[in-house]
Design a protein around this ligand. Structure first.
Ligand code: GLN
Ligand code: ZN
Length: 787
């Protein structure tokens, strides 16, 4: 028998399904009036933060969602249902809390354990307690953020509570015997960082001998509770860094295996590569590999484990995308494994946790039947896993045969659609030449021409694009969606908003103005909705961090632009002022990285299509009289592949895509770009190669060391390192900003420096925005006199 398994599930609760949905769940009846139809966990957690829900009620709400998840995954026919992957905020934070890895600054405030937990996740500023949140980082190459554990040589681990056992028992009580999920010790230490004040040269991995006994206890308890298998996640094994830990892997798992339930050592998001040589020798009962991201590794893995007893879990159903699985292809992979190691040693699984996919398609009422037939969300993927395993087990079940045939038809239809996509776009991509990536003249020449047309002062001040998205703006947009106001009424409102943002900037004396982006719901969604080739969901929420969820657009076909997208707003903004107005676009790489991409065409080609559409937009903006255009690429860095060997290829096409989008204009147009999380040390030549006239970077939280990199490489274009953090309502004093500018100028030449905040001001209120920007403008005036 081939078993089926799911590695983890979204944590948001089930959307309310339409009555005629094919699934029969026990739907959580939690807070229906306030919460609406979905994201119960988010809403419950936020209600708890807002004091509208007690800790007990929150626990109950969470229990309902967990129960619904377990029973519905099981109802799809999955044998190995995960537990322990649920979280109120983040699973890495759960792990830190369960092991007592709590930085001192969160203790001693007389907070309940739950409040200490949330304080670590999001900071706490109430009742005399004022602690910032712990650092968050991107979880591997996904858009999910985890809370970074902090370790030092004095860190002691103790099992404060055994979440794995508790949720195993909870699921059992709900009638589902699960396979608990535990983050592995080596990945846990790898993901952490040395706490401030840790000894010089301290490495978290040195704590392993102290950590192993606690894992032993955790695993022994799970075994005693009756868990047959445990899924231990060690995603560090798909990184180059995995190899550094080979001896630690050997010693750790030699200690854990004897006391534990059967260990399914789980890797995902990439290939094992050279790590396979030691992984295949570990004393584990099972190994899970990602065949969605790395189908090519199957042969070598089979060869390596053939003579062992290791059960191989084949991650054939993607946990990262939303496309229907091609059963024929998965069955082929499964059969190949069965031929080498036999049916009993094969498990069919999702490639990774389904954390990155929305919950269910059944809640989507606006997608066409044709579109819906292309996709599978988490619950549908659970069913896919079960069907593939059943087919490989030789099932004679009529329903399985029916599902197999239906999948064949769906996949064939999708292939047909792909083949007949937009010919004109494809021809245009094929005709791209390298000359199209390059500006007409080098930066030094452009700079003089731009200086004449823009006439900006030294230490020119500007902002990153958005201004506060007030309640009123969101309210009228909601009304527009519901048809309660006309497009003309809405446009009028937006124009007034733009005008007032322009007046504000004039009043306080900013130099290069922006229109404020009031018309945009989201920097990616806004463009996706106006380009051909995308579709959108109503309920396709995916956790980004904590209680923040995003609804990524889906690229379904060739991407193109019907006509100008932003020129009407930018021209309007320019028409009400004599100061130069900066156009504002989201870059091709960022649009792609924050969407679900197609699976049939490479990301490179999809990015080129986006670039061509944006190139036309930049050209149109210039034609409309706009003299500076910013093309934001905050997601360029985060899209870097996990293996260094793959960086060159990614950076090659992503850099050329940005250039393609921005190089179609005359020398007089000043191009800007913006980057959040500007950790550039290792990719600096690529940042330089973008050849943007001005880049602004999030920098206020860094110690400006990164500017040394700019200096070291002799960066010659203009640069605006953010002078204050906009992620907090705190107003920076004028002196603080002056000090910031002064320390920037220790490294950067004065004539290259532009003065701007860290990021867009969309999430801020007007009060602090006004006060902060006034200080920024005054500090720039001071700098003009001083340097
Ligand atoms: N132009 C965008 C804004 O201001 C940039 C957002 C960002 O910093 N990621 O909102
Ligand atoms: Zn930013």
């Amino acid at each position: 028998m081939v078993s089926s398994s799911v590695l983890g599930f979204p944590r948001i609760g089930m959307p309310c399904l339409p009555r005629r949905a094919p699934y029969i769940f026990h739907l959580t009846a939690f807070l229906p009036s306030r919460v609406g139809a979905n994201r119960e966990v988010k809403k419950a957690v936020e209600a708890y933060w807002g004091g509208k829900l007690s800790a007990d009620e929150l626990t109950k709400a969470a229990a309902n969602v967990k129960k619904t998840s377990w029973t519905s995954i099981k109802a799809q026919g999955v044998d190995l249902v995960p537990s322990g992957d649920f979280s109120l905020y983040d699973h890495v934070l759960d792990h830190s809390a369960a092991f007592g890895v709590i930085p001192q600054r969160y203790l001693g405030h007389n907070l309940s354990p739950l409040d200490v937990y949330f304080a670590m996740g999001r900071g706490r500023q109430a009742d005399g307690v004022d602690v910032p949140a712990s650092e968050m980082k991107k979880w591997f190459d996904s858009n999910y953020h985890f809370v970074v554990p902090e370790f030092s040589e004095t860190t002691d681990f103790k099992l404060v509570f055994n979440k794995a056992v508790e949720e195993f028992n909870e699921a059992k009580a709900a009638g589902v015997t699960t396979r608990p999920v535990v983050l592995g010790p080596i990945s846990f230490l790898y993901l952490g960082k040395a706490a401030k004040g840790a000894a010089a040269g301290f490495k978290p991995i040195s704590l392993l001998p102290k950590l192993i006994p606690v894992y032993k206890q955790l695993l022994a308890d799970l075994k005693a509770a009756g868990a047959e298998w445990v899924q231990i996640d060690e995603p560090v094994l798909v990184l180059d860094a995995g190899l550094d830990y080979q001896s630690q892997f050997a010693s750790t798992y030699a200690e854990l295996a004897p006391v534990s339930s059967k260990i399914m050592l789980t890797t995902y998001y990439g290939r094992l590569d050279s790590n396979l040589s030691f992984v295949a020798k570990l004393p584990v009962a099972g190994l899970h590999i990602d065949l969605d991201r790395a189908p090519g590794q199957l042969d070598e893995v089979l060869a390596a484990i053939k003579s062992t007893h290791i059960v191989l879990s084949l991650g054939v159903v993607s946990g990262r995308n939303i496309w229907k699985n091609d059963f024929a292809a998965s069955i082929k992979l499964g059969q190949k494994a069965i031929d080498v190691i036999g049916t009993d040693r094969v498990v069919i699984a999702t490639s990774s946790s389904l954390l990155h996919t929305p919950v269910t398609l059944a809640a989507e009422t606006k997608l066409t039947a044709e579109q819906k037939d292309w996709f599978s969300f988490a619950l549908e993927k659970a069913r896919e896993v079960a069907v593939i395993a059943a087919v490989l087990s030789g099932s004679q079940d009529a329903k399985v045969a029916e599902a197999l045939e239906a999948n064949r038809v769906s996949i064939a239809k999708r292939r047909e659609f792909e083949a007949t996509s937009d010919d004109a776009v494809r021809k245009r991509v094929a005709a791209i030449t390298p000359e199209m990536w390059v500006r007409k003249s080098p930066f030094a020449v452009r700079r003089e021409i731009q200086q004449k047309s823009l006439n900006l002062p030294k230490f020119a001040t500007t902002t990153i694009g958005s201004f506060p998205q007030t309640k009123e703006i969101r309210a009228i947009r909601a009304k527009l969606t519901k048809g309660e106001v006309t497009v003309a009424e809405y446009d009028d409102f937006i124009k007034k908003e733009i005008e007032s943002v322009v007046r504000f900037q004039e009043k306080i004396g900013l130099d290069l103005l922006v229109h404020g982006e009031p018309e945009r719901n989201d920097m990616v969604q806004y463009f996706g909705e106006r380009l051909k080739g995308f579709v959108f969901t109503q309920n396709g929420w995916v956790q980004s961090y904590g209680s923040r969820y995003v609804r990524p657009p889906i690229v379904v076909s060739d991407v193109s632009r019907d006509g100008p997208i932003t020129t009407q707003w930018s021209s309007y903004a320019q028409s009400v002022t004599d100061k130069p107005m900066k156009g504002m676009l989201t870059g091709p790489v960022t649009i792609l990285n924050w969407s679900f991409p197609r699976a049939d065409v490479s990301r490179e080609v999809q990015c080129q299509q986006l670039s061509l559409a944006l190139r036309d937009e930049v050209i149109d903006l210039e034609k409309a009289g706009i003299k500076a255009v910013q093309v934001d690429e905050p997601a360029l860095r985060e899209g870097l592949p996990l293996r260094k060997a793959d960086w060159k290829e990614y950076l090659g096409w992503s850099v050329s895509s940005f250039k393609l989008a921005t190089a179609g204009v005359t020398d007089a147009l000043q191009t800007h770009s913006h980057f959040c999380y500007s950790d550039f040390d290792d990719i600096f030549p690529s940042i330089q190669a973008l050849d943007a006239d001005v880049i602004s970077i999030e920098a206020s939280k860094s110690d400006l060391k990164l500017l040394n990199t700019f200096k070291q490489y002799g960066y010659s274009n203009q640069i605006g390192p953010g002078v204050y953090d906009i992620h907090s309502p705190r107003v920076p004093s004028e002196q603080e900003i002056k000090d910031r500018i002064a320390s920037m100028l220790e490294t950067l030449p004065a004539d290259l420096v532009v003065i701007n905040p860290d990021c867009g001001l969309k999430t801020r209120g007007w009060k602090e925005t006004e006060a902060s920007l006034v200080n920024l403008v005054n500090a720039a005036r001071w700098a003009r006199k001083t340097y």
